[in-house]
Design a protein around this ligand. Structure first.
Ligand SMILES: Cc1cc2nc3c(=O)[nH]c(=O)nc-3n(C[C@H](O)[C@H](O)[C@H](O)COP(=O)(O)O)c2cc1C
Length: 355
């Protein structure tokens, strides 16, 4: 049982050589003006093609969804072309890659949005930590509430970006509904005070997923959620009720997978697993990188089919091979995570090269 992570996995939509998913990780290296991904990302992702599945860094589906400097987009042809080189390199290396579609909502700043005010379900400002911009850390501004029509346009933008992702050669898309960004701002009662139909906590998330499914097919769509996660000043007074309703509504669609980050008091995996008939990917988002043992325990307990690792993949491009051989894991350089070039990005050696 100890090697569950290394067993192949097959579902109606996925055919993976192992159960190790590379979690989506922002690296801030795209061209800031054009949001075209850095050409180095070809090597970065291809080096990690041994993962059962790679989920890309968050990619904005609409200009107002951009969270900070160096975040790539999927809104135009130049960006699609950039991604095509990356997906081609991953496929040539034998891997599979989904694009994570990430609209940050209020978690951005006018400096990042060409002077525009960030948008959100309701004008609820972050009071705590400041936000990273190309001008350094700045105070948050009060976001502007999306009108109903704008919320609908944002849903359409997710669908259009999903089509672009498939054009760019991605095997599918993951809708980012986690970690306090736009979709979770709708799911959480602390940030959603609307009186239109999107005031119902699950409505926006459901309509985004439905639109993306209509655009590219359910088998190419995953959804990431982080029920009860307080990150980015999210307040959910009753996550069990909200996420059970969301999962029940989405279960009949037959998505490629549901990606659940467990963090906080609510035990999302145990609660939601029985309600989700399809593939479930689990992730823990704690202060330290999640260990192989923690992932194995989740799979052994039957709480998920696949487990995603983030930080371990930064410095260990061949993570599944290291898990297979019990080889030591390299630590990553924290100051090189965001922005910059090859250093701390594509220069972590694989095992053989490291010897
Ligand atoms: C540098 C970095 C960037 C991240 N960027 C994203 C992101 O773009 N989208 C996302 O859903 N999660 C993002 N995360 C969260 C990871 O996907 C993952 O949930 C987290 O790292 C916990 O897994 P780990 O313990 O294996 O690292 C990021 C995490 C890190 C460390």
């Amino acid at each position: 049982m100890a090697n569950d992570l290394l067993k192949p996995y097959e579902s109606d939509h996925l055919d993976l050589p192992n159960r190790i998913v590379m979690a989506p990780m922002t690296r801030g290296r795209a061209d800031d003006a054009t949001a075209v991904p850095n050409p180095l990302a070809r090597d970065y992702y291809a080096q990690r093609a041994g993962a059962g599945l790679i989920v890309s860094e968050g990619i904005f589906p609409a200009p107002l969804g951009k969270g900070g400097p160096g975040i790539p987009g999927l809104t135009g042809d130049d960006q699609v072309e950039g991604w095509r080189g990356i997906t081609g390199a991953v496929h040539a290396a034998g891997g599979r890659i989904f694009a994570q579609l990430w609209h940050v909502g209020r978690m951005t700043h006018p400096v990042t949005l060409g002077g525009e005010r960030p948008v959100a379900p309701s004008p609820v400002r972050i009071t705590g930590e400041r936000i990273f911009t190309r001008d350094g850390l700045l105070d948050h501004v009060t976001p502007r509430a999306l009108t109903t029509a704008e919320a609908e346009e944002t849903i359409d933008a997710f669908a259009a970006a999903a089509r672009n992702a498939i054009r760019a050669g991605f095997d599918g898309v993951e809708v980012h509904g986690a970690n306090g960004y736009l979709i979770q701002q709708f799911l959480a009662d602390g940030t959603n005070r609307r009186t239109d139909r999107f005031g119902e906590p699950t409505r926006f998330a459901i309509e985004v997923v439905e639109a993306v499914v209509a655009a590219v097919g359910a088998g190419r769509v995953g959804l990431r959620i982080s029920p009860g996660n307080p990150e980015n000043e999210i307040a959910e007074s009753d996550p069990a009720t909200t996420y059970r309703a969301l999962v029940r509504a989405l279960a009949p669609l037959g998505l490629a997978y549901l990606h659940v980050i467990e963090r906080g008091a609510y035990e999302a995996l145990a609660d939601l697993r029985p309600l989700w008939p399809g593939t479930l990917v689990a992730n823990f988002n704690g202060p330290e990188p999640t260990t192989r043992e923690a992932g194995e325990q989740v799979l052994n307990a039957g709480l998920a089919d696949l487990f995603s690792f983030g930080r371990l993949f930064i410095a260990n491009p061949d993570l599944p091979a290291r898990f297979a051989t019990g080889a030591p894991l390299a630590p990553y350089a924290g100051h090189l995570v965001y922005g910059g070039g090859a250093e701390g990005y594509t220069d972590y050696p694989a095992l053989q090269a490291a010897r």
